[in-house]
Ligand binder design. Structure first.
Ligand code: GDP
Ligand code: IMO
Ligand code: MG
Length: 430
């Protein structure tokens, strides 16, 4: 038994979807525990690409997938995803996909508020995905949210919308100078979604508990990344949920002693979408080269991702915050052809060296990355399947990441395909 949590260690898009899809083969249940359709997780199986925003990335392996109570779920997007996967021959029946009755529903006014606020902030905007994530979590915290158990009861749902919409329309119209929303059309469309999704709504906590008690293995799929965490990230340039491994327990409804392994997904360099600090960001030709070779465009919004060198200050932060038991290094193939590579080992701020991640954005903005430089390699490594066959310079680069993070590498990804992976240790019992 090895219940495993998979989290992003950087600012998202580390390749979590690929690794979850690969390891889901050994799991019985795959559970998302936070976020919503701000996530975009890419899987490439037999040359075909799948991008999932809400359905856990274990679905292509035919595993039972759960959407935990910690998510905010847009029912329209979920239905589209179910339909598109079904059209591709994937089984997404209620036996294979379950939504927690306690998960929160993203409503049309959440999206409207998200977009209008970003417009109003102008240059100070966060660069959200515009999917209504922040406003939906706000409503959860202020106890104005609507849960799936309420959505599928038309009477309760209708009353809740009527009460909340009054507030929302006042705010939209008078503060955000945005259009108010029509009560009837929201209720009518959501009642149709509710009818379609009702068979999927279930008590996920009980399902997971039963699975664990019968020695089944559970994979918990994180979204976003450690430095987008609402508490531990580059606040306020973060998402609105806890993305760290501890939230797998809360967002799925299990106790902390049930987790055996925590794998941190690390892109071999760093990327970020949206605004916010990024100490190792590159603004030169090397940055462009990585962006192009890595095809660094957002899987959700299509935005160009900012690119930079690997930063082990944030990786050490991620190792501590998540209690990482292993690292999965992805996109190593993208670094081929660079003459030299840099790894950030610490920051210099006002003439002082610091090796922790500052909470103050003012301090962070003054931080300059301190680098160690490594020779690159020019061989194509995308066909390599064992560590010893990697070019010596690639092995040196990887060994230094292990040293600097004091965390062993478990897995190395050398291409987007499921099979393009070097597995050093499988966290699951086979
Ligand atoms: P996620 O949000 O963490 O699941 O990551 P995304 O799917 O948003 O972004 C990762 C991108 O890199 C996707 O397009 C993947 O297909 C791709 N990818 C994953 N691993 C590798 C790899 O090892 N090499 C290359 N070249 N691409 C990869
Ligand atoms: P995956 O799971 C990368 C970023 C947005 C923005 C900030 C807040 O694919 O790694 P939000 O819409 O959540 O309020 O936006 O967080 N962001 C992501 N960046 N990958 C993601 O998910 C992200 N989800 C949110 O770009 O900067
Ligand atoms: Mg992504």
């Amino acid at each position: 038994m090895a219940n495993t949590v998979i989290v992003g260690t950087q600012w998202g898009d580390e390749g979590k979807g690929k690794i979850v899809d690969l390891l889901a083969r050994y799991a019985d249940l795959v559970v998302r525990f936070q976020g919503g359709n701000n996530a975009g997780h890419t899987m490439v199986v037999n040359g075909e690409q799948f991008i999932s925003h809400l359905v856990p990335s274990g679905i292509l392996q035919g595993k039972t997938c759960c959407i935990g109570n910690g998510l905010v779920v847009d029912p329209e997007v979920l239905l589209e995803e179910i339909e598109s996967l079904t059209a591709k021959g994937v089984d997404v029946s209620p036996e294979k996909l379950m939504i927690s009755e306690r998960a929160q529903v993203i409503m049309p006014y959440h999206k409207q508020v998200d977009l209008a606020r970003e417009r109003m902030k102008g240059n100070d905007r966060i660069g959200t995905t515009g999917r209504g994530i922040g406003p939906a979590y706000e409503d959860k915290a202020n106890r104005q949210g609507i849960r799936f158990v309420d959505l599928i009861d038309p009477e309760i749902f209708t009353n809740q919308v009527k009460t909340v919409l009054h507030d929302k329309n006042f705010y939209l119209k008078n503060y955000l100078s945005s259009d108010p929303m029509d009560e009837k059309s929201i209720i009518d469309s959501y009642i149709v979604y509710a009818q379609k999704l009702a068979p999927y709504v279930n008590n996920i906590s009980i399902k997971i508990d039963k699975a664990i008690k019968t020695k089944q293995q559970v994979l918990f799929e994180g979204a976003q990344g450690t430095h987008l965490d609402i508490d531990h990230g580059t606040y306020p340039f973060v998402t609105s949920s806890n993305t760290v491994a501890g939230n797998a327990c809360c967002g799925a409804g299990i106790g902390p002693k049930k987790i055996d392994e925590v794998l941190g997904i690390v892109k071999a360099y760093t990327t970020r979408v949206g605004a916010g600090p990024f100490p190792t960001e590159l603004f030169d030709e090397t940055g462009n080269q990585i962006q192009e070779k890595g095809a660094e465009f957002g899987a959700t919004t299509g935005r160009r991702r900012r690119c930079g060198w690997l930063d082990t200050v944030i990786l050490r932060n991620a190792a501590r915050l998540n209690g990482l038991t292993g690292l999965c290094i992805t996109k190593l193939d993208v670094l081929g052809d660079l003459k030299t590579l840099n790894i950030c080992t610490g920051y210099e701020c006002d003439g002082k060296k610091i090796d922790y991640f500052p909470a103050s954005l003012k301090v962070l903005e003054k931080c300059k990355a301190i680098y160690e430089t490594f020779p690159g390699w020019s061989e194509d490594i995308s066909g390599i399947r064992d560590f010893e066959s990697l070019p010596q310079n690639a092995r040196i680069y990887l060994n230094r990441i292990e040293d600097l993070t004091e965390t062993p590498i478990t897995l190395i990804s050398v291409g987007p395909g499921r099979e393009q992976t070097i597995v050093l240790r499988n966290p699951f019992n086979e």
